[in-house]
Design a protein around this ligand. Structure first.
Ligand code: AMP
Length: 285
């Protein structure tokens, strides 16, 4: 497995691979890998001839006071996991390599980046869109793989790729969960033991929401039942509960007639967990 630390090395490797017309798949990550990331790698491995994984904790997507410094990192373990999964190359730059001191150009989705998580984390999606665009330009992948765990992120990426005519196919991969339902996340290791025990409540609350929507109830009833379920958990501080059109992320009223995405953001101590699930109302008989 090749390890590239500079843009020049990465570009040279891309140019060498392009000669053979190999299909290249890119899996962007911030490292501290788990089975969720490995599901993206496995999908890329199925669909592409060469798989590149980037590991970069991108400073521009963290706001002041967020967990950039305490974000978990373990590069040696990550590289072992990627080798075992048959990854061809890893891009492992540092921040100085990625961002020139006088960088001033960003990709900023105007509407989608300001709603939902974008309100809780101003600037976050602009940081994501900019780094993902840079990775696409450097690696020129045929396809790039993202998790549905970060549902709004996937919507933002699909939108700017379409808007800017970037020639990359975006593949969304379903959420991988622990056996107790907690969505896998690099941040889970930062949960205190009592919070870790309580955290599967996000999944449990989403299941309540799904059953409610499937039973033909409106989004406000489902939202209330989700909040009531979350309130039963020790230490859970609800940051947001939103039920939106699964395709456009626009608000809905009443009983929906199309798939609804239920998006949760819940704090346990200083750890912000997110999770989501799609509920599809049953067709009227
Ligand atoms: P991160 O390293 O947290 O930035 O995540 C890198 C990629 O892995 C993103 O596309 C995430 O959506 C995806 N991902 C993270 N956790 C999961 C999960 N539990 N299931 C599926 N994909 C995930």
């Amino acid at each position: 497995m090749d390890i590239h630390r500079t843009k020049d090395e990465m570009r040279a490797a891309r140019a060498a691979a392009a000669g053979g017309e190999a299909r290249l798949g890119l899996v962007p990550t911030m490292g501290f890998l788990h089975a969720g990331h490995m599901a993206l790698v496995a999908r890329a491995r199925e669909q592409c001839d060469r798989v590149v994984v980037s590991i970069f904790v991108n400073p521009t997507q963290f706001g002041p006071g967020e967990d950039f410094d305490s974000y978990p990192r373990d590069i040696d373990r990550d590289l072992d996991m990627l080798r075992a999964a048959g990854v061809d190359a890893v891009f492992l730059p540092d921040a100085a390599e990625i961002y020139p001191d006088d960088a001033e150009t960003v990709v900023e989705p105007t509407r989608l980046s300001r709603i939902l998580i974008g309100r809780l984390r101003p600037g976050h999606f602009g940081g994501v869109a900019t780094i993902v665009t840079k990775l696409f330009n450097l690696m020129q992948p045929d396809a790039a793989y993202f998790g549905q765990k970060d549902y709004q992120q996937l919507c933002v990426i699909r939108r700017f790729v379409r808007d800017l005519d970037i020639p990359v196919r975006i593949e969304g991969v379903p959420i991988v969960r622990e056996t107790d339902g907690l969505a896998m996340s690099s941040r889970n290791v930062r949960l205190e033991p009592a919070h870790r025990q309580a955290a599967p409540v996000l999944h449990a609350a989403l299941e309540v929401g799904r059953e409610t929507i499937e039973a033909g109830e409106g989004v406000s009833v489902a939202g209330q039942l989700i909040r009531a379920r979350l309130a039963q958990a020790e230490g859970a501080e609800v940051a947001s509960v939103d039920l939106r059109d699964a395709e456009t992320l626009q608000p809905l009223r009443g009983a929906p007639d199309r798939p609804v995405v239920m998006l949760l953001a819940v704090r346990f101590g200083d750890v912000l967990l997110i999770d989501n699930m799609i509920a599809t109302p049953k067709e009227p008989e």
